[in-house]
Design a protein around this ligand. Structure first.
Ligand code: PEP
Ligand code: MN
Length: 276
């Protein structure tokens, strides 16, 4: 039994809808599909992404400006310049943007440029950051820790809610296991369980879960079929040239095809894909 106080459902149909912008919400009948590169690399890159994806239909763009990289020698992101690029496409295409915040000191700046703040897996148990995000004034996308139990995941969400922010979306992105053929193991059982236990929306990141572009479409469909409220998927104008996570990046064409192929799956489980 998970000791969830603020996130637990009070009745079986209890479901919170998190507004990402005045047009886009997460947790209702309509699914949210978030697409974009792992990392913001240039204005040109994000312009092409926004142009091709805004009609996909996808409902929000992603792109990291502050990147939690395994190696300190790997590219760490464009920082404030990346945030400005995101804010530019957000206003030109009237599409909300989601980007990661890695530390308390970045919250104000990231919140000024983005519609939703992502807490990456490596920070899921950074409790001071979670507490501070309670006052961020923006919805939070909380990714499951690399080896976090479902209870730890729920408790991380409780930190944000109990510090004043009710707008939290959980994201299953795969957990570590013994097999390294896929990058992680996508825990769809956790998605089904979370949908029964808590009233917050739950989305799935198939990209970081499988780590291989050719496996993303089938697991994305499975995620929708088992009740996820949406997906966050990495894609890039030139996938092989992505500065990070190239192996899992879809081309923009494949991203558009994937969204279309999700429609019948969505309908089969009583959901739909919203056209902006
Ligand atoms: C990302 O979304 O690019 C990312 C780093 O994800 P995660 O925190 O799930 O590894
Ligand atoms: Mn990535």
């Amino acid at each position: 039994m998970i000791n969830a106080k603020l996130t637990a459902k009070s009745h079986p149909h209890h479901q919170t809808i998190v507004n990402i912008s005045n047009k886009v919400a997460c947790g209702g009948t309509e699914l949210i599909i978030i697409g974009g590169p792992c990392t913001v690399e240039s204005t040109e890159q994000m312009e092409i992404v926004a142009q091709k994806l805004s009609a996909a239909p996808i409902q929000a763009l992603r792109g990291g400006a502050y990147k939690p990289r395994t190696s300190p020698y790997a590219f760490q992101g464009m920082g404030e310049e990346g945030l400005e690029i995101l804010a530019g496409v957000r206003s030109r295409y009237s599409i909300p943007v989601v980007t990661e915040v890695m530390s308390i000191s970045q919250i104000e700046l990231v919140a000024a440029h983005a519609d939703m703040l992502q807490v990456g897996s490596r920070n899921m148990q950074n409790y001071d950051l979670l507490k501070a995000l309670g006052q961020a004034g923006k919805p939070i996308l909380l990714k499951r820790g690399l080896a976090a139990t479902i209870e730890e995941f729920v408790m991380a969400a409780e930190y944000i809610l109990s510090h004043g922010n009710p707008d939290v979306v959980l994201c299953e992105r795969g957990i570590r296991s013994f097999d390294n053929y896929t990058r992680n193991v996508l825990d769809l059982g956790a998605v089904a369980a979370l949908k029964q236990i808590i009233h917050l929306p739950v989305i799935v990141d198939p990209s970081h879960a499988v780590g291989k572009r050719e496996l993303i479409a089938p697991v994305a469909k499975a995620a929708i079929a088992c009740g996820a409220d949406g997906l966050i998927i990495e894609c890039h104008p030139e996938p092989e040239k992505s500065v990070s996570d190239a192996r899992q990046a879809l081309s923009l064409e494949d991203m558009v095809d994937l969204v279309h192929s999700l429609k019948p799956v969505a309908v089969a489980v009583g959901r739909s894909i919203y056209e902006l």
